[in-house]
Design a protein around this ligand. Structure first.
Ligand code: URA
Length: 478
């Protein structure tokens, strides 16, 4: 039987409340997800329901929805994905039948929504950091007025504008985006349609930003990729201070030499501060991790020939840093824990020397099973192939969604491939951050690469470089 489609048109302003009301109504009526066609961008007053008197085509659902879902939906509705409303409703539909789903971190629908939530949060963070107001002529109120132009990736102006209203409560201001405009006048915040980029005047505040940026710029810590991860290039053309960046980078090397000559003893690594920041208990995430571990235990009832059991990561459930290796080795498979063998010992030693506390990071692998060939009593490591990396990514993505690290350290080609899509040129890419769907990923070599080097001098050099990479990770987190 053909499904009768119902169109739900959501207004561009107030989308979050409109989606929630529409979803609640349709869930109450038992409208199945596949019968709904969600449309965004309708004028604010549009009737929310194309066919309000439709008979209920399915079984009406109870309307108690977990708070965690409401919080999730409140953020995800601002994502740029046109499918966001449908994805939310499809998940809500299943959630109404199985409330525990909101904690099922292995559920692909939930994983995708958590990723979208993270994208929107990140976008809002960028907006708070990079909106730059310029002084414009006073309006009818006689108060000073400011205007800013911004191009967010997601629809984040509406949820973020209250932050600016609190921060700049006594100013009149406008933030325009191609999507919508936020206006703050006499303490009242309103929203209107989007705009084209206006010709905003340069003003004194612009010079101030430039001077401020040049002063805080530390040439000894220039990592262009890390900088572009925190301040992506796409924002540069609207940032007055960004025009100083190329010059500062070009002069950085000379300034470092100058600084080194002036201050031969640089301050020690801020180990204590990093450890304090990294410390986390993860207690509130225990249930979610339990679900993941239960699933791994189920799969481990049968272990395929030539493979070990699934070994999941370990560490605080809210660690800001996730360390990703290749696959468990023989020792890890026996212990059921990652990085406890020779590679793990090298990692521990160098991390400690670099001011990184391994116990405060979540340590895991791109592939979850040890792959080996049996030679007598020995099990010899075999590198994972593409399919195994794909399979491992399912687990890894769940771990990332749960831990939500601020930074991921990928060690070796397999981790690089799993997290960035490519392992090519790792030795050239190492020591830098790459921006990925899974967040910022810092690349370095695998400890086993160092362990296998036959030449002692090279081994020593590579160990030092590895330690320097770990120290850079510590500095990035600090
Ligand atoms: N090598 C890895 O990549 N992971 C481990 O857990 C151990 C060795």
């Amino acid at each position: 039987m053909a499904v009768r489609m119902i169109t739900v048109s959501l207004p561009r302003i107030g989308t979050d409340r409109a989606w929630r009301d529409a979803a609640r109504t349709h869930l109450g009526r038992g409208t199945r997800p596949e019968a709904l066609l969600w449309q965004a961008g309708a004028p604010a007053q549009t009737d929310l329901f194309g066919a309000p008197d439709m008979p209920a085509p399915g079984t009406a659902h109870a309307l108690t929805v977990p708070r965690a879902f409401l919080d999730l939906a409140r953020t995800v509705v601002w994502h740029a994905d046109p499918e966001r409303f449908a994805r939310l409703y499809a998940f809500l539909w299943r959630l109404a039948e199985r409330p525990a789903l909101i904690r099922d971190t292995a559920d692909p629908g939930l994983v995708r929504l958590r990723q979208m939530e993270k994208n929107v949060r990140r976008c809002a963070h960028k907006m708070k950091a990079f909106v730059r107001f310029r002084d414009i002529a006073p309006g009818s109120t006689g108060r000073r007025r400011f205007a800013a132009w911004f191009e967010p990736t997601h629809h984040t102006l509406e949820p973020t504008a209250p932050f600016f209203a609190r921060r700049f409560a006594d100013m009149d201001w406008i933030i325009a985006t191609p999507d919508i405009t936020a206006r703050h006048e006499n303490g009242t915040l309103t929203f209107g349609p989007g705009a084209q980029k206006p010709d905003l005047p340069q003003d004194a505040a612009e010079e101030l930003w430039g001077t401020y940026f040049c002063n805080i710029f530390n040439p000894a810590r220039v990592k262009v990729s890390a900088m572009t991860s925190e301040m992506p290039r796409k924002y540069w053309h609207n940032l007055p201070e960004a025009r100083h960046i190329p010059g500062l980078i070009a002069g950085a090397e000379a300034r470092v030499r100058e600084m080194a000559a002036r201050a031969p003893t640089l301050p020690p690594v801020r180990a204590a501060r990093i450890a304090e920041r990294l410390a986390g208990t993860g207690v509130d995430r225990v249930m979610d991790f339990e679900a993941l571990h239960r699933r791994a235990a189920e799969e481990n009832r049968e272990v395929p020939d030539g493979y070990g059991r699934i070994v999941l990561g370990e560490g605080p459930g809210d660690a800001p840093l996730m360390i990703v290796g290749e696959q468990p080795g023989d020792a890890e498979d026996r212990a059921g824990r990652p990085f406890v063998g020779p590679s793990g010992q090298l990692l521990d030693r160098e991390a400690a020397a670099a001011g990184l506390d391994r116990s405060a990071a979540y340590v895991t692998n791109a592939v979850k099973r040890f792959k080996f060939v049996q030679r007598g009593k020995r099990r010899l490591h075999q590198p994972p192939d593409r399919t195994e990396i794909e399979h491992g990514r399912w687990w890894l993505d769940h771990e990332i969604a749960l831990v939500r690290p601020r930074l991921i350290l990928a060690m070796g080609g397999t981790a690089a491939e799993s997290l960035t899509g490519s392992r090519t040129g790792l030795l050239k890419r190492r020591g830098r951050i790459e921006e990925t769907d899974r967040g910022p990923v810092f690349l370095t070599v695998h400890p086993s690469y160092i362990l296998r080097l036959p030449d002692p001098a090279r081994k020593k050099d590579e160990t030092e470089r590895f330690r320097e990479d770990l120290a850079e990770v510590a500095r990035t987190l600090a």
